[in-house]
Design a protein around this ligand. Structure first.
Ligand code: ATP
Length: 310
């Protein structure tokens, strides 16, 4: 548990039809930090976050946000917490600009609407009704509505899903600005680059439980391990991955993300690299590309949660 948590979830259980989709989940998020919650489809992320938002009642366990109970203390928490849902819940018949202005009027000291409009590029569709907005435009409006009350903590469920690259960058900039002004941000995302770019802390959820937590650097650095990624001109010979694994021996991980790629993870040094290339030559594999680097957050995530779809 962290020293000064903004969100603290202990042994949370949520069941649907008898099966626990959140299964004694425990996590905490640091005040003033950006915490990214990752996990495969159906892992229980949204259910957990919605318990934190007071939108769902836990079957067991405790949830505290800013030290308060999201259900029992809902009235006290409402002005202090911003929520951006996957399903935006915005009024379909109203114009985008009117919706944001209306939400702003509900707060004593709102974020200036003109500034949010500028940061999120809302002006071009301010006069469009919500039901006519594109998915990405609706997301941007929902984000503006979540932030306009200057919340102390904000929950963002896949904030940049469906957005074009320009909008995604604008959202990232905004999240960085929030962090700089001390706002705590809890976001769920399937975009590993988004988590790596923004998060101070990453929490990986699977099958309703936390299976890893740490900074992106902690999660992607295993000792002195490096990753060599090789691309072959043609499909690799049958069994090449297993033979290379046997050839390199203990301390090495070898896999093949696709038929023309080899990924070698271990203490890569000049001699090891020469051995890998000699192996490729012996197997008549023409290497057309070689990249060296540390494990990405995506590598970590796939190693942890597997490659099969849920
Ligand atoms: N109201 C509900 N009734 C029944 N089952 C539900 C309900 N809400 C969620 N579930 C189930 O709970 C599980 C977890 O769902 P949840 O939305 O929390 O996952 P998630 O990690 O957010 O997934 P995704 O990445 O797809 O958004 C899923 O199997 C889902 O079908």
């Amino acid at each position: 548990m962290t020293a000064d948590p903004v969100v603290e979830v202990r042994d949370l259980v949520k069941r649907y039809g008898g099966s626990a989709v959140v299964d004694r989940l425990t996590l905490s998020a640091v005040r003033g930090a950006v915490t990214a919650v990752l996990g495969p489809n159906g892992a229980g992320k949204t259910t957990t976050i919605e318990c934190c938002e007071g939108l769902r009642a836990p079957d067991a366990g405790t949830v505290r946000v800013l030290g308060l109970d999201p259900l029992a203390d809902a009235v006290a928490l409402r002005p202090r917490v911003g929520v951006m849902l996957q399903d935006s819940g915005l009024p379909a018949q109203k114009r985008a600009g009117e919706v944001l202005a209306h939400v702003a009027r509900m707060y004593r000291d709102p974020w200036p609407v003109a500034d949010l409009t500028e940061r999120l590029g809302l002006a071009s569709f301010a006069r469009t009704t919500v039901r006519r907005l594109s998915g990405g435009q609706r997301q941007r409006l929902a984000l503006a509505c979540a932030l306009v009350g200057r919340p102390e903590v904000v929950f963002l469920d896949e904030p940049s899903a469906g957005m074009d690259p320009q909008s995604r960058l604008a959202v990232w900039e905004l999240v960085r600005a929030l962090r700089a002004q001390g706002t705590s941000v809890i976001l769920t995302t399937h975009l590993m680059d988004e988590a790596a770019e923004l998060a101070d802390d990453v929490i990986v959820v699977d099958h309703g439980r936390v299976i890893a937590q740490g900074t992106p650097a902690e999660l992607t650095t295993t000792g002195s391990d490096q990753v060599a990624s090789l691309t072959s001109a043609t499909a690799l010979p049958d069994g090449a991955t297993a033979r290379l694994r046997a050839h390199l021996g203990e301390g090495w991980t070898v896999d093949s993300p696709d038929p023309t790629s080899l990924r070698v993870q271990g203490p890569v040094d000049p001699a090891a690299l020469a051995a890998v290339l000699a192996f490729c030559a012996a197997e008549d594999v023409l290497v057309t590309r070689l990249d060296l680097g540390t494990r990405s957050l995506e590598d970590f995530f796939l190693d942890l949660t597997g490659r099969s779809m849920r």
